[in-house]
Design a protein around this ligand. Structure first.
Ligand code: FE
Ligand code: MN
Length: 363
């Protein structure tokens, strides 16, 4: 009888050859692991990646399931102000570019260089969710009857959007070559990319608009758009966690990355990301609207940025900022909702799909 070991994954059991399983397990690395043609998820080494993949899949949503009639009526009426319409336009304009940039970086940088299959699995799902988000913006544009060229022009015409996009794209492009990941400086470049995209962009620079659009949603303005952003934010909270765990395991396996100088470089990256986000917020809210001022949103960004740093074991930039929008956590708590899909039972909804809310930790 051969020497076997049993692996349990969810409700399934697998029997593996012990020596081969051990060998495969040890060959799994975030980077520089065994390169194999096979998608050998078993034995799972990065359990968090497999678990998050399942959570993300169970959160699946389709833009077309969200009714937009009310949004269309409000868009054309005097019920909403021009500033409120401007916030929606900035939201659609910014995210139309940003979702694609994030997905592109996963496919061409991060998923390319990681070697463990379960990491590639969760990154594939991550990229797919960016597609869903991009598609939800197409749905908003068509529902409201906006000129798509006008939205596209915003990437180039609004300097604060341009600056935010350039900030992340220049980093992503510089990593698109065969880099030698045994070299510490190159490992640090990858670690910085993972931090920049997960914690600074998705984790911080998305939150100014999330806060503004959900403030409108809270006042029953643009309920369909608000609903889509709630789903998007729930997805983003998982993306932040994917990239945080990835960074954490990368550093654990490659401690040469984590020098004091490098930690300081990441903090500086966050500082610059926050500066750009604050400028962008002032463009979104040239006058106080949605009952909130630009100052409050800037304060919120300081709070969020510090949370991201601390969660990556980095020193906060401000230290003692409190959350000015505790209600945002409540608005995000999707699991409390009963009539989520307006009573419509969708076939793709998996059991427990609505049980995955956003933890307070993410807001
Ligand atoms: Fe997204
Ligand atoms: Mn994302």
């Amino acid at each position: 009888m051969s020497d076997t070991t049993t692996v349990q994954l969810g409700d399934r059991t697998f029997t593996l050859d012990r020596d081969k399983a051990q060998e495969a397990f040890e060959a799994k690395k975030v980077i520089n692991g065994r390169d194999t043609m096979f998608f050998n998820i078993l034995p799972v080494k990065y359990q968090w990646a497999y678990d998050l993949y399942k959570t993300m899949k169970n959160n699946h949503w389709e833009p077309e399931d969200i009714p937009m009639q009310k949004d269309v009526e409000q868009w054309r009426s005097s019920e909403v102000s021009d500033v409120e319409r401007w916030i929606i336009k900035m939201g659609i304009g910014y995210f139309s570019a940003a979702e694609g940039i994030v997905g592109d970086n996963i496919i061409h940088v991060v998923r390319e260089v990681v070697t463990a299959p379960e990491l590639k699995l969760v990154l594939g799902r991550h990229a797919h969710e960016e597609n869903i988000h991009a598609d939800s913006l197409v749905y908003m544009i068509s529902s409201l009857g906006l000129n798509p060229h006008e939205c596209e022009a915003m990437f180039e015409d609004v300097p604060t959007i341009k600056a935010k996009n350039h900030f992340v794209m220049s980093n992503s492009r510089s990593l698109r070559r065969d880099i030698d990941l045994t070299d510490t400086a190159n490992k640090q470049a990858l670690a910085k990319n993972i931090f920049l995209f997960g914690q600074v962009m998705e984790g911080t620079q998305f939150y100014g608009l999330f806060g503004m659009i959900l403030s409108l949603y809270r006042q029953n303005k643009f309920p369909g758009i608000g609903q889509m952003f709630r789903y998007t934010l729930r997805d983003e909270s998982n993306h932040i966690e994917v990239f945080r765990s990835l960074l954490n395991d990368l550093v654990t396996e490659n401690p040469d990355i984590w020098t004091p100088e490098f930690q300081e470089e990441l903090r500086e990256t966050m500082r610059e990301g926050i500066r750009l986000e604050k400028e962008f917020i002032r463009d979104c809210l040239p006058v106080s609207a949605v009952g909130l001022s630009a100052e409050e949103f800037e304060h919120y960004i300081d709070y969020i940025g510090d949370r991201r740093l601390v969660n990556c074991r980095l020193e906060p930039l401000n230290g003692s900022v409190s959350n000015p929008f505790p209600w945002l956590a409540e608005t995000m708590d999707i699991k409390k909702e009963q009539n989520f899909f307006e009573g419509r039972v969708t076939e793709y909804q998996k059991a427990g799909a609505l049980g995955q809310g956003v933890s307070d930790d993410e807001l």
